[in-house]
Write a new protein. Structure first.
Length: 367
């Protein structure tokens, strides 16, 4: 059993019914596959799990560590660290098997690969912080180095791991890499502002991905991820903070208005993914908690209610407590997603904390 550096949970942080259901789904639904690989989703129409993925495993680990640090139940950290050991080994295999002549080769788009690596890096850092097990920090460092070998331009969303590694190791190297991408990303502000005319968001341009553009609702999720990546800069002094704040305010208003407009449509016309609602609600809470915006409590409550409707109340333990990835016409045509459940459970848990006055905007805890 790995030793833990205990981080005491706040005494009055009590699991809400929804967060409890989501936690039980994570632990007991079967989404954690034999060998502790984590499937991306469970498909109700075929009653089957999607293949396991490193990104899903990283989200799973980060969510359980957040549950442990917030609510203090050791069963969460036990499962998190056990799963993280598998993630650590899987990541090592990935680094070795995809490197040719010093470059990381793959048929997957640059954005997807960097997004996966960032999730792994951040999850391993969380494990290092709570366990002080050197394997996790060593593998996180290897992941950060591996990201530099992936051809193509790195989007800001994927640099959060570099920034957190810089804070953990006090190494200027990783902060410089982050700040270089940040400077380029802030100059792409006009492309975000043209999103309403179906123009590509900066993350698409920065990724070097030449595939067809994602649907508008998928781009909204990526806009929210971009805004999350801006938050650490907004609380730092300097010129970049002022520029980042201007970009944040404009893009946040754009994304919020777009989601509000799409919410009035039928699911068949532009369904907003559950993850988008969750990330937007969480952004409201963090930005308000950091003093960046005034919280629109009515809209936050509306988004929280929508998230509640997306949590499965089915008797089947493979479904019950998880969150559907988007609206569907029937229970038999839906998908219960790992990422949707992870982000939604955190957003609803933090909304409850915000309402009772116990919410602390810890940027490192954002899944």
């Amino acid at each position: 059993m790995l030793s833990l550096v205990q981080k005491s949970a706040t005494a009055h942080n009590v699991l809400s019914d929804r967060t409890q259901l989501a936690a039980e789904w994570l632990l007991h639904s079967g989404i954690c596959r034999p060998g502790f690989g984590i499937a991306d989703e469970y498909r109700t129409n075929g009653r089957e799990y999607a293949p396991e993925s490193n990104k899903a495993t990283a989200y799973y680990v980060s969510t359980l560590i957040w549950l442990f640090e917030t609510y203090g139940q050791t069963r969460y950290i036990d499962r998190a660290l056990t799963t993280a050991q598998l993630l650590s080994q899987s990541a090592l295999v990935m680094y070795v098997s995809t490197c040719t002549d010093g470059m990381a080769t793959s048929d997957r788009p640059t954005y997807s690969r960097l997004d996966e690596c960032s999730a792994i890096l951040r999850a391993l850092l969380r494990c290092w912080e709570v366990s002080r097990h050197s394997e996790f920090l060593d593998r996180a460092m290897e992941c950060a180095i591996f990201m530099q070998r992936i051809p193509g331009r790195c989007p800001l969303e994927s640099t959060r791991g570099w920034l957190e590694l810089a804070d953990e190791t006090e190494s200027r190297q990783w902060r410089k890499l982050h700040d270089r991408v940040l400077g380029r990303s802030l100059n792409l502000d006009p492309e975000f502002l043209e999103f309403g005319d179906s123009k590509p968001a900066p993350s698409s341009a920065a990724s070097g991905n030449n595939t067809a553009l994602s649907p508008p609702t998928a781009e909204l999720t990526r806009q929210c991820c971009f805004l999350e990546a801006l938050l650490p800069t907004l609380v730092r002094p300097g010129r970049q903070s002022l520029a980042a704040r201007r970009v944040f305010e404009q893009v946040f208003a754009l994304a919020s208005n777009a989601v509000r407009a799409l919410s009035s449509k039928t699911p068949d016309e532009n369904p907003v993914p559950t993850e988008t609602y969750a990330r937007l609600l969480r952004l409201r809470l963090y930005a308000a908690g950091l003093g960046l915006i005034r919280l629109d409590a009515g809209q936050a409550e509306y988004e929280a209610d929508l998230l509640g409707e997306m949590q499965a109340a089915h008797y089947d333990p493979k479904i019950r407590g998880g969150f559907y990835t988007c609206p569907g016409s029937s229970i038999f045509e839906r998908v219960v997603g790992l990422a949707a459940t992870a982000v939604s459970a955190q957003a609803l848990g933090q909304w409850m904390q915000f309402k009772n006055g116990s919410f602390q905007p810890d940027l490192a805890q954002m899944i």
